[in-house]
Design a protein around this ligand. Structure first.
Ligand SMILES: Cc1cc2nc3c(=O)[nH]c(=O)nc-3n(C[C@H](O)[C@H](O)[C@H](O)COP(=O)(O)OP(=O)(O)OC[C@H]3O[C@@H](n4cnc5c(N)ncnc54)[C@H](O)[C@@H]3O)c2cc1C
Ligand code: FES
Length: 297
């Protein structure tokens, strides 16, 4: 494995795949040996991943960093471990990504095996703020859970007497892969499916409305990742209740480092004017109330 770094502590490296398997319908989990990324990444950051030695597809694709693992853990073991000092074993070494098969990159990626390598650079993006509250509600749609696991874990580890609630919506039950990771880290986990095959029958907003009948979200902060329409709906739901809400945008990206402007999103400034911001540099995490949801494509 080779690596170089520049002054922003973003690493470029070719990393060996140590585990790779399908975990749900059209959903795969891949673990790479990548100590630089594993030790420096923060919740909500991502990496640009490229197929080593191939020019088709030419461009790297952004993937959220799902989890990191310590050196002493068996690399073929998916069980998540906390990053706290109680785990011992020194610095984390392995990085996991979870991805949904969407197009050429992700389809080709499924054919790689342990021993093959990918090229990646990261960690990239601003990452989540750990909110000043004792109740964090993580809301995922589709493959959006990948941006949220590390945040929930860090929140529970750093905020005393806190609780984290994880709500995950998808089309049907077959799309939930390794959902137990969230419960294993102490998050109270709820599901919504459009066809009613798991959890609440309906959207994740329907689920939140239903949960509100028996619990209060009054002091909660929200972190959300998923399709834009769903995030816009969560943003409106949070605004109605005056809840702080961070969203992780998944705009398509070409460079990941602020050069190409392919990733821009319309964002409001403090004066109420809006301008395009680069999701890879100024994001991907934004206050949901600053996004011009109507202008998102
Ligand atoms: C910060 C960030 C983190 C991400 N993390 C993950 C992750 O953890 N797991 C994961 O599976 N995906 C993630 N994505 C999305 C992933 O990068 C895209 O799905 C990627 O384009 C897949 O490449 P592909 O060549 O397989 O598909 P492509 O050929 O690029 O795309 C296939 C289809 O999906 C559409 N599409 C592509 N990108 C997007 C997008 N961002 N939003 C909506 N539609 C899109 C295309 O228009 C096309 O129709 C993330 C994106 C961002 C910006
Ligand atoms: S992806 Fe190139 S500027 Fe953001």
């Amino acid at each position: 494995m080779s690596s170089i770094s520049h002054s922003c502590k973003t690493y470029y490296q070719q990393s060996e795949i140590v585990a790779h398997e399908q975990i749900a319908e059209a959903t795969w989990r891949i673990r790479v040996d990548c100590p630089n990324l594993a030790t420096t990444t923060r919740p909500g950051q991502f990496a640009m991943v490229r197929l080593t030695g191939r020019n088709d597809p030419l461009l790297a694709r952004p993937l959220a960093i799902y989890d990191v693992f310590h050196q002493h853990q068996a690399p073929d073991h998916w069980q998540p471990m906390s990053l706290g000092p109680d785990t011992g074993g020194g610095n984390p070494r392995f990085v996991d990504f979870v991805y949904a098969v969407a197009g050429k990159f992700t389809t080709t990626l499924t054919s790689l095996r342990p021993g093959d390598s990918v090229s990646l650079w990261g960690p990239l993006g601003n990452g989540f703020q750990v909110p000043p509250t004792d109740h964090l509600v993580l809301i995922a749609g589709g493959i959006g859970q990948t941006a949220l696991l590390m945040l929930g874990r860090e929140f529970l580890a750093t905020v005393p007497s806190s609780q984290a609630t994880f709500c995950w919506g998808a089309g049907h039950a077959g799309l939930f892969g390794h959902a137990e990771d969230f419960g294993n880290h102490g998050m109270d986990t709820h599901f919504a499916t459009l066809d009613g095959s798991k959890g609440h029958h309906g959207t994740v907003i329907d689920l939140l409305d239903d949960m509100e009948k028996t619990m209060t979200f009054r002091q909660a902060a929200i972190a959300c990742c998923g399709p834009e329409g769903m995030m816009g709906a969560v943003a409106r739901w949070a605004a109605k209740r005056s809840l702080n809400c961070q969203v992780s945008l998944e705009t398509p990206m070409a460079c990941g480092i602020g050069i190409c402007f392919s990733c821009v999103a319309p964002v409001l400034d403090e004066k109420g004017d809006w301008d395009y911001k680069r999701t890879c540099i100024e994001g991907p995490i934004f206050d949901s109330q600053t996004i011009q949801w109507d202008a998102m494509t």
